[in-house]
Design a protein around this ligand. Structure first.
Ligand SMILES: Nc1ncnc2c1ncn2[C@@H]1O[C@H](COP(=O)(O)OP(=O)(O)OP(=O)(O)O)[C@@H](O)[C@H]1O
Ligand SMILES: O=P(O)(O)OC[C@H]1O[C@H](OP(=O)(O)OP(=O)(O)O)[C@H](O)[C@@H]1O
Ligand SMILES: [Mg+2]
Length: 281
């Protein structure tokens, strides 16, 4: 059986499990379950701490897993990013009390608290900054107030956690992160993994695209098709009346209303948008 590690808690867990459910894989029913075997699809799922997943994948004891790009880089494990998944998006930033730091150079000689010491250590070294990294397991934003650090480096989504702690973000983002599908760095993929990957890709595409159908006068087809080029090329079929054509194309979901406006202006009618349940491309 193919072995896949999924996050058992935290922000990555629920969307990672939902992704595999939507791809047709059996998932655990209870958050206490640490293992779930999907015999029909030949895949065994292990629910592990998000931070540990890169370690298991790097050791090759599981064939693939989902973690955050930030956690993968911090682990130093021999695992590599195979596909980004578009959820748990965050940036990794430095922050300090207002007025105490405004650029990377201001960190020199200071103490930086973080849960991601490898990531931060490598970043500081590569930028020639000499600072001491203080490892904390979590709630890093409190460390400055309590006097164990001068600066923090942490995950930022909306920024409200840092703001609430009276810290201002400064400098360039250290990293832009999101959930990623990872595989062992030094091993060829199993054929079974290719099936899993194709299914995951299908779910991601189905989330990203909608199907658009419309009717257009034959002499306006070229203009309309420029607005809906589809992924390969749109399907065009004749209507019974002989002067109109029916067009079907995939359209990025976030563009559907803008595309419909443009098509309408081109003379298209009966414009319909339908969700895609699943796809293989
Ligand atoms: N608010 C957030 N928005 C988006 N991604 C986040 C957020 N918080 C954490 N992450 C991402 O989740 C991963 C960290 O998972 P982890 O479970 O260790 O932290 P967590 O989600 O805060 O859970 P916990 O604090 O319970 O350990 C990282 O990839 C991180 O970028
Ligand atoms: O920029 P924001 O939108 O505020 O999000 C970022 C915060 O979210 C996460 O913490 P979480 O809420 O999971 O709490 P914990 O990690 O401290 O348990 C992360 O560790 C940051 O602290
Ligand atoms: Mg957290």
């Amino acid at each position: 059986m193919l072995r896949i590690a999924l996050p058992n808690k935290g922000s990555l867990s629920e969307p990672a499990i939902r992704l595999f459910s939507e791809a047709g894989y059996r998932q655990r029913r209870d958050t206490k379950e640490l293992l779930c075997r999907d015999h029909d699809n030949g895949v065994e799922f292990f629910y592990l701490r998000p931070r540990d997943i890169a370690v298991y994948v790097g050791e090759g004891t599981v064939d693939a897993g989902i973690t955050g790009r930030d956690l993968l880089l911090d682990s130093g494990a021999a695992a590599s990013e195979h596909r980004s998944l578009g959820f748990a998006r965050s940036t990794f930033r430095f922050a300090a009390p207002a007025g105490t730091a405004s650029s990377l150079a201001d960190i020199d000689g200071k103490r930086v608290a973080t849960s991601y010491d490898v990531l931060v250590g490598n970043y500081l070294t590569s930028h020639g900054i000499n600072a001491s990294v203080v490892h904390l397991d979590g709630a890093v934003e409190t460390s400055v107030d309590l006097g164990v650090a001068d600066v923090v480096a942490d995950v930022v989504e909306t920024g409200s956690t840092l703001r609430a702690a009276g810290l201002d973000i400064f400098g360039d983002p250290i990293l832009t992160s999101e959930a990623v599908l990872i595989t062992p760095a030094e091993r060829a993929h199993h054929d079974e993994f290719e099936v899993v990957d194709r299914r995951i890709k299908g779910v991601l595409l189905a989330r990203q695209y909608a199907l658009m159908d419309y009717d257009v006068p034959a002499d306006r087809l070229d203009e309309a098709v420029k607005v809906t080029p589809g992924l390969e090329s749109p399907t065009v079929s004749p209507l019974h009346d002989g002067t109109w054509l029916a067009v079907r194309a995939m359209v990025p979901r976030r563009d559907t209303n803008r595309v419909m406006d443009k098509l309408y202006e081109t003379g298209a009618k009966a414009i319909l948008v339908t969700s895609i349940e699943a796809c293989r491309l």
